[in-house]
Design a binder for this molecule. Structure first.
Ligand code: ADP
Ligand code: MG
Length: 400
């Protein structure tokens, strides 16, 4: 655990970068520090590994005051990843990664073997080992930065905007890989970003900072989105925070209808009959592997051509019924020309379709369940339940 206890940093010119910051970053979790540029994120991070010393207060790393340990010893247990990867330009990739294990006294071959293991972990091709940093893309360099930080297997990782300098598509890939790696290594991570979407995606806990290094709110992403502490946090979260929050609700409880799904070789009369008896305004046509081909309007079907041979309306994009969130399901429904979302399995086969109305019902149910859980948590912590239920009810109203 990393604990900030009323930490203040005042630079010699009088700038107060961090003001009496108190928070606890739990073990094995990702704690994100997020806020606008200049709000003291980097300063906060660099006080943990003592690249900057606090003016007041103290920081405990696993219960020990950072200042009570020699800086070199402290840093051995803390990996550090920065925006431009900070690689040694004149060392090969494998030597960059092997640097810390070598410093820790490992033999050359052991350090290299470890470096190759880490390259595989972060998704870097072995063929890149002999290259120099400038011969890699920005995304690959960031992977090297992460591998190098993990090389000594430190319990704590500090990451300062590690993915900010790469383009959005590469960033998304790095974020997903990072979550996959963290699921395997379970480090205690302090992660700095100015991007609220990145914070919500990666953080187990999120600390929102405002100008002057003042902590505005410290919460789980779901709680943050449900109940911003003040107007600053609300504005920082953006106007679509209700939609963002749906990321935390699974789509796997949605009631998918198989009735409106018909095979491509279905005769038009049979398709019309199926639509009529089920009361379905649209039918989704699928191939032999149950992959979606498109929608057909049963009322417009005529002649003897099987439905697969008729003109179909695009089905937009699908969602994974087992692993995606309600946000993905809603997005699929909103983008669908029929207002129905298409749920598929891992192989891309259609499980069934679901209407916007059904998804809206599921959202209301999820919010109601969440309100219930929050009240229960409040009880355990000895807070009056009624106080907790109030704001949650309000957010429920907003969602409607
Ligand atoms: P962030 O990482 O959130 O963008 P920083 O921690 O880098 O913010 O900076 C916080 C504030 O401290 C800013 O106002 C910045 O200008 C100021 N600052 C940072 N480093 C120094 C320094 N060495 N001397 C004086 N002021 C500094
Ligand atoms: Mg910074």
């Amino acid at each position: 655990m990393i604990s900030f206890e009323r930490v203040t940093k005042r630079y010699p010119d009088g700038t107060v970068a961090v003001s009496s910051l108190s928070l606890e970053a739990p073990d094995g979790a990702i704690t994100v520090l997020v806020g606008p540029s200049g709000c003291g994120k980097t300063t906060s991070l660099r006080m943990v590994n003592r690249l900057i010393e606090p003016t007041e207060g103290r920081i405990l790393v696993n219960g020990v005051d950072a200042r009570q340990q020699p800086a070199a010893e402290l840093r051995r247990g803390i990996g550090y990843v920065i925006q431009q990867a900070g690689l040694f330009p004149h060392r090969t990739i494998v030597d960059n990664i092997a640097t810390v294990p070598r410093l820790l006294g490992q033999s050359r071959s052991a350090a290299r073997n470890r470096a190759f293991e880490l390259m595989e972990l972060v998704g870097l091709d072995k063929a890149l080992a002999k290259r120099y940093p400038h011969q890699l893309s920005g995304g690959q360099q960031q992977r090297v930065g992460v591998a190098r930080a993990l090389a000594a297997d430190p319990p704590v990782l500090l990451m300062d905007e590690p993915f900010s300098a790469v383009d959005p598509i590469v960033r998304k890939g790095l974020q997903e890989e990072f979550l996959r790696i963290q699921a395997a290594v379970a480090k205690t991570i302090l992660f700095v970003t100015h991007d609220i979407d990145e914070a919500v995606k990666l953080g187990d806990k999120i600390a929102v900072l405002r100008q002057g290094g003042i902590l505005a709110q410290f919460d789980t992403p779901d709680r943050l989105l449900a109940e911003p502490a003040d107007e600053f946090v609300e504005q920082f979260l953006g106007t679509d925070r209700g939609i963002k929050r749906l990321t935390f609700y699974t789509a796997n409880g949605l009631n998918l209808l198989g009735g409106p799904v018909v095979a491509a070789d279905t005769e038009p009369a049979a398709a019309r009959e199926a639509a009529l008896s089920g009361g379905f305004p649209w039918l989704l046509v699928v191939d032999e592997q149950r992959r979606p081909l498109g929608w057909t309007n049963p009322e417009a079907l005529s002649g003897s051509q099987p439905v697969g041979k008729t003109r179909l309306v695009s089905f937009g994009h699908v969602f994974r019924a087992d692993t995606d969130s309600l946000r993905a399901a809603l997005d699929s429904a909103v983008l669908s020309p029929t207002g129905w979302a298409v749920g598929v399995d891992a192989e891309g086969g259609v499980i069934g379709v679901v209407s916007q109305e059904t998804i809206a019902d599921a959202i209301r149910a999820a919010h109601a369940t969440q309100a219930h859980v929050d009240v229960a948590v409040g009880d355990v912590e000895g807070e009056p339940a009624a106080e907790d239920a109030g704001p949650e009810d309000r957010s429920l109203e907003q969602a409607r």
